[in-house]
Write a protein that binds this ligand. Sequence first.
Ligand SMILES: [Zn+2]
Length: 194
Amino acid sequence: MRCPFCHNPDSRVVDSREIDDGASTRRRRSCPSCGRRFTTVEEAVLAVVKRSGVTEPFNRSKVVAGVRRACQGRPVDEDQLAKLAATVEDAIRATGSAEVPANEVGLAILGPLRELDEVAYLRFASVYRSFSSVADFEREIAELRAGRSRAPVAHVAAQDGAPAAAPGPEHPPSHHDTSTPTGSAAGRTVGTTG
Ligand SMILES: [Zn+2]
């Protein structure tokens, strides 16, 4: 690696450590010519191909930015957004291809976002899948409910005492504490945001 200060064509690695759970390697380098030190970060290239054909490096913060918009006003914190973006990156890297179409990034976001917050999921899906009518929302909500009724029995057991908690930490108590766990929560909230 060329020295960025004196442009000496060679440099020496003095320290090397994995960052980002091993997704990249940070190296501290020293220039034998001018003696200055600099840092490089090495990671496997993952390119996103946009619809225009332009490729750009996969960028977790872009995923976070897109999802954050859908999560406005929802009980989702930055930690959860960062985790979601990491999950998305893992899923995409697991496909083994060095280039992925941008719409696959969107697809990879849908699943984890549905787990995180159903309202944010509906917002994101409505833009991403270009919902054009209320019927599109109805179909998506029907699928959400169908998915929930297949949820593990462990959640059902929580019903009798406390209101059944949605997966995920610390949802603020809802105003209506009717104890129907699969009730109209998603539909009601969508109505008030539209
Ligand atoms: Zn140098």
